[in-house]
Unconditional design. Structure first.
Length: 336
């Protein structure tokens, strides 16, 4: 198998307009090519196989940073959205699904079927403004919905693949998928053609620091049964053909909970979106002025790719977001 790019994360929200304004403030704009063509509906079999009625979908929009070649967030509001539970329902508040862009969807579906993975939604065509979009949907071993999509653009003006995030003020970095089924999830995603980005591994003799002092109190105050010093195995996965900064982070986290009304770090499925932010300090100040909930203001991590400073905050529905700022190695005085 050979995926082209990580393309989107579905984010079901309680109030579409409130969420749209929040992400617009972060710098997102709508990709209008995703809109359905005039007088066109989503295929009936798509909703039937996903267990939803698309007539109850109030609003949806695909948003991204203007310089991103591929990655998006799909904001969706449902009339009858579900709260909590696992495996997730497609209309469940939070992130039950994500998508990968492919060049040959029939070949990718056949490759999955050869591995014994049957599609939840067989190949369907959605008529979108940018052109006919062929899609198939699977569930991974944990129950996350996985879309494969192939876009046949009407013309090159809709194709953003030549855009570059180099020099951009903020860009997608990764989304985190928690699992307590590490072997099966790793086996499922390994044939998709991901590389493991070893640059994210901690340098020898160093460890993460929280709020400058090195304590973990801000983590345990928010999530009492989570000890960040004992988090499990993780891999940051990227695709060779995607020249952006985008990764999928597969994370084995102990004491996982089913999603509930309020997102927590140690819940199953997609739990965090992270952005590479060149102006994190200014963004923190602006968030404080706006009253955006900040979970952790200064989490430091010493990776092979350099020293990273994280700031964790939440969107209007409490979904965990992260801005990460990169620095040269040893900027904080570590020896290694």
């Amino acid at each position: 198998m050979a995926l082209k790019a990580i393309f989107s994360v579905v984010l079901n929200v309680r109030n579409f307009e409130r969420s749209r304004q929040f992400y617009e403030w972060l710098g997102f704009t709508e990709d209008v090519g995703f809109r359905l063509r005039d007088e066109v509906s989503l295929p009936r079999e798509l909703g039937e196989n996903l267990g939803v009625d698309f007539a109850t979908q109030r609003h949806s929009a695909l948003v991204s940073f203007p310089w991103e070649p591929y990655m998006h967030i799909e904001l969706v509001e449902w009339q009858d959205s579900k709260v909590g539970g696992w495996p997730p329902a497609y209309h469940q508040i939070g992130s039950p699904a994500y998508s990968f862009l492919v060049d040959d969807i029939e070949g990718e579906v056949a490759a999955l079927q050869k591995r014994g993975v049957e599609p939840l939604v067989p190949l369907v065509v959605v008529e979108r403004t940018w052109g006919p979009t062929r899609t198939a949907v699977f569930r991974d071993p944990d129950g996350n919905f996985v879309h494969l999509i192939e876009i046949n653009y009407f013309d090159d003006s809709w194709d953003a693949s030549n855009r570059s995030v180099v020099g951009s003020p903020i860009s997608f970095l990764h989304f985190q998928v928690n699992t307590d089924n590490w072997d099966a999830m790793s086996e499922f995603y390994e044939p998709f053609g991901f590389d493991v980005d070893t640059g994210v591994q901690s340098r020898p003799g160093t460890s993460f620091q929280d709020d400058i002092g090195g304590s973990t109190e801000s983590w345990t105050a928010r999530w009492p049964d989570l000890d960040p010093t004992t988090l499990g195995t993780y891999s940051l996965l990227r695709l060779p053909s995607d020249k952006s900064n985008m990764h999928m982070e597969l994370f084995a986290v102990p004491n996982l909970h089913d999603p509930g009304a309020t997102p927590i770090w140690n819940q199953r499925g997609v739990i965090r979106l992270c952005f590479l932010d060149e102006h994190e300090d200014e963004r923190v100040a602006e968030m404080k002025r706006r009253g955006v909930p900040i979970i952790i203001e200064n989490h430091r991590f010493t990776a092979h790719w350099g020293d990273s400073k994280f700031m964790y905050f939440t969107d209007p529905d409490g979904n965990i977001l992260c801005c990460e700022q990169w620095h040269r190695p040893r900027i904080w005085g570590e020896r290694w």
